[in-house]
Design a protein. Sequence first.
Length: 310
Amino acid sequence: MEQPLISIVIATYNRASSLRSYSFPAIAKLNYPNYEVVIVDDASTDDTQSFLKTGDENIKNLLVLRNNQNKGACFSRNLGVAHTKGEIIVLMDDDVSPFPDCLNELIKIYTEDPDVMTIWGCIYEQGGSAKETPTFGTGSLWSLRREIFNRFRFDTNLRYFRSSACDEHELARRIQKHGFKIIKAETIKANHFHAPAENRTWRGLGGDLNYLYEKLKYGSIFQYYALLILGFLLMLKRLVTKVYLNKIFDDHPYHQVLQTPNRLFIFIKERQFYLAAKWLFYIVIDIPFRAKTKEITESFTKAYSTKWPA
């Protein structure tokens, strides 16, 4: 009996060396008999295209797509998935080397338990103090059934400071809210080599704003702006009384809104005026607008635009 088709989707940007050194050699050694690979080049400026044109004769079912401009990991993954044919979609980073039996172990779980809709694979981090430490819950090796992608997509608004940090977790939380089963599997393994990335410098700032955007999608816009005003009032109080912000707000989903005055103060003190202006624009205008219109724009796009699902 022929095994189900598995589609591997890799979004890449200026990582020709990673594709060449890590992902392609390992994919070519996969011993699962029925898989395809879809690579989305997010407008790379290095030699990614020339490498992909040459390809690898050991990867027979290879499809290469290219964005005409850099659109981020979420857009690229959605585009890649839209061009797949497999029953199972495997999202893999371009600096990841799957173990040879990775797909065999993956399909075994999906076949034995039809209730499982997505699986976090086991990633062995390479380099630094965390070398050989197994981790889960990362998009470096994450798989989903096709029926999940028929209902959900990566949110392309998650790209603040050009970082897609938290995008997999945001999608996973949406999937889980609808009651679908997500598990972690120790038997589905890959090595993650953490190749250099241009946007990693902004991962912290971008991740904070991405998370804030996610929370506002389901939260109160009135509370959001009330906390922004409160943040400025508390900062004024601190300047007068030298009393710092109460830690009672540290776990609030809009914590970054409350901390905006402090962020602006630090940016300006360090003469990072562009960052200060950009942060203020995101907090005051961009995040509230995008968060509260996302459902409307997505429904409209899905119904009337050829650009859906990407």
